[in-house]
Structures are given as C-alpha cells and as structure tokens.
Write a protein that binds this ligand. Structure first.
Ligand code: ATP
Length: 344
C-alpha cells in the first residue's frame, strides 16, 4: 500500500483505467459509483471499495465527503465530474483533487477557453460574435462539456436559424445564448494527450486518438442522394475512440504546443496545467494544427492505451497508461513530501 492515500474517482469515463493504474502503483482504490452501475464495477478486482450513490451530485454532500476524507482520498477528475457539476461546485469540494481544479472552469467556459488558447499562441478557429457574421462553414457548439450533443454545422444565417429553432423545439437548447459559433476547421482530427509534471517541470506526450462521433462519422456510409432526403441534424456525440500515430516530423511542434499551453496556464491560472491534458483539433493539408478545444484533465481517449501507447513506450520501460502515470505522480509527490503540489 502507498502512503495512506486512496485514489478515487467517479464510476464512468475512464474510471477503470485510473483505478487499474492506481492499483498497479500500489494504492488503495475507491470508486464513487451510481447504484445502477454497481454490478459493472464489482467485476474488477482492482477496485477495493465502492461508495454507492444515487447520483454523482451526492459527492457534494457532507456524508459522502467525510467518507472520502476518512480514506484520505485524492479525487482524479474526469469528464463526468465536469459534466455533472458546475465549476463552483467542483471548486467548493474540500476533498483534494488531482491537478488544478481551478483550471476546469477555463475548460467549461467558452470565452475563458478561447483566452487560454490565444495566450498559448495556438492556432485556433475564429469565433463569431453573431449569426449575422456567418460566411462559409461554421460549427455551433453548446457551452460546457456537452460531448458534442446538439452541435450542428451551418453555412448561412438562415441555415443556422432553421437548425437552431429545431433544437429549441426538441428542448436541447433555449436560444442563441446557449450556442458558441466557430469557423469549421477542415482536416484530419487528432486529440493530443499530454502529461505535465510540476514535480520535475517536465512535459510528456502520451498519445493521440481520434473520436468517433454520432451521427457525423456515420454520414459517409450514406450516399449523397439519400443524405439530401434526410431531415435530421447530425450531432457530434462521442461514442468511442480509435488510435492514431502521427508522422514523426510533427512531434516537435506537438511538444512546442504543449509547452506553450503549460506556460500560459502557469501565468493565467495558478498553479498551472498540472497533470494530464489534451489539445484537440485538426491537421490541414500542410500538416498545420488548428486547435478547436482543450481538456484540462484526463480524456477518455487515453483508455486506448491501458498497456501504454506508442509514445509512452519511448518514455517508460514498462506499460504506462495515463491512469498509472497519475498514480506515479502522486506516489513520487508523497515520497518527496510534496503532495500539496500535485493537488488542489
Ligand atoms: P468534449 O467535452 O467531449 O471535448 P465538447 O462539448 O467540449 O466535447 P468540442 O470538443 O469542442 O466539444 O467539439 C465536439 C466535436 O465537434 C469535436 O470532436 C469535433 O469533431 C467537432 N468540432 C468542434 N469544433 C470544431 C471546429 N472548429 N472545426 C471542426 N470540427 C469541430
């Protein structure tokens, strides 16, 4: 057993990878699990304990928090935490959160997100202040981590209004204020996974994935004649991930982008971009990367590499998943008496 710390997370997203990695590093593990998922998670022997809840929001209640504190839990935040709670609720948690909980707000708020990407000197798509500015192809995205649900493409103001009105009727959005308009970036999508260690001030590139998004990734299977007749707005809801390796000549810029992001985060949101993060975008025909989004915590695309990735293999002579890398960081911090540096 490592120190007294228990590694804990919510039962969804990448919980299996995170807790398996924690166990491999010798930690006790605890899962906050919705009752409906109990049967699933009981199948895995590396999960030592479950705290059963009706809804993840119960993590905000004193009863659940004191159970976590009793076990000296460190919570590993992931996409489910962000989608189930607002930023103030996450910030109010008095159980230590791995990485920087303050940066999660920068991920959820589209305007703050854009600012951090600009400050990182990343090439980003132009955002549009109003639907009247639409020229060419744009993507309308909902605020927060909506996982691509209710996103749509538009080529003109009237096209936008027609699709927006449909989503209002379906109860998915209330109006324009729920949507953020961005130029559509053409190219091959790539989700770049990094880990930054504040302990040794080092950035590690961990892997790349692509996302399969429904309905948009299924459209290519429908001939154009039939597509024209379909009266449905295709969404970008993530269903799964597939692996990708990049041309080696792209790696230098991959590291530079990650370093610029870490450097900007250090300036804008103390204590910086500690732990896992992801830059999300597309490579164009000149292999130039446009970043349309970032995640300031572990992404589910790392689930591909439970046994390590084609990139982690260059850094570690052992299978190193992102979940295990997180646990390793906590272990190293504990050994050096610097746990406070890797949690908030
Ligand atoms: P998540 O939290 O899962 O990352 P999100 O709700 O924050 O999702 P985005 O990642 O911004 O949403 O967008 C969802 C998907 O929409 C992307 O994976 C990509 O396929 C597509 N997309 C978003 N922005 C653009 C863009 N500017 N150009 C091209 N495609 C885009």
């Amino acid at each position: 057993m490592c120190g007294m710390t228990t590694i804990s997370t919510l039962g969804s997203h990448c919980a299996l990878q995170v807790l398996k990695g924690a166990k491999d590093e010798g930690f006790d593990t605890l899962l906050v699990c919705e009752k409906k998922r109990e049967r699933l998670y009981r199948r895995f022997s590396f999960i030592d304990d479950l705290v059963l809840v009706d809804s993840f929001k119960e993590i905000l209640e004193p009863k659940t928090r004191s159970r976590l504190k009793e076990r000296q839990a460190v919570i590993i935040p992931h996409g489910t935490l962000i989608s189930q709670m607002d930023s103030s609720q996450i910030e109010s948690l008095d159980v230590p959160i791995f990485g920087n909980k303050w940066i999660l707000r920068w991920e959820s708020d589209r305007n703050m997100k854009e600012k951090l990407m600009v400050e990182s000197s990343l090439h980003i798509p132009r955002s549009l202040a109003s639907p009247s500015d639409i020229v060419g192809l744009v993507i309308a995205k909902r605020h927060g981590a909506a996982g691509g649900k209710g996103y749509f493409l538009a080529t003109s103001k009237s096209d936008y209004e027609e699709k927006r009105d449909k989503l209002i009727v379906q109860g998915i959005i209330k109006g324009d204020a729920d949507l953020y308009l961005q130029e559509y970036a053409f190219g091959v999508s790539a989700y770049l996974q990094y880990f930054y260690s504040p302990l040794d001030d080092k950035l590690e590139f961990f892997g790349v994935d692509r996302r399969y998004e429904s309905d948009i990734d299924g459209l290519g299977r429908i001939p154009s004649k039939e597509q024209i007749g379909i009266d449905k707005i295709p969404s970008f809801n993530v269903v799964g991930n597939s692996p990708l390796v990049l041309r080696e000549s792209l790696l230098d810029e991959v590291y530079s982008m990650g370093e610029r992001f870490v450097e900007a985060a250090r300036r804008l949101v103390s204590p910086g971009m500690n732990g896992p993060f992801c830059l999300e975008g597309v490579y164009d025909e000149n292999a130039k990367f446009t970043t349309f989004e970032f995640s300031s915590r572990i992404v589910a695309g790392t689930n591909l590499y439970v046994e390590g990735s084609p990139y982690s293999a260059f850094l570690y002579n052992e299978p190193m998943s992102m979940g295990r890398r997180i646990a390793r960081e906590i272990k190293n911090a504990e050994k050096e008496g610097r746990l406070q540096q890797v949690v908030t």
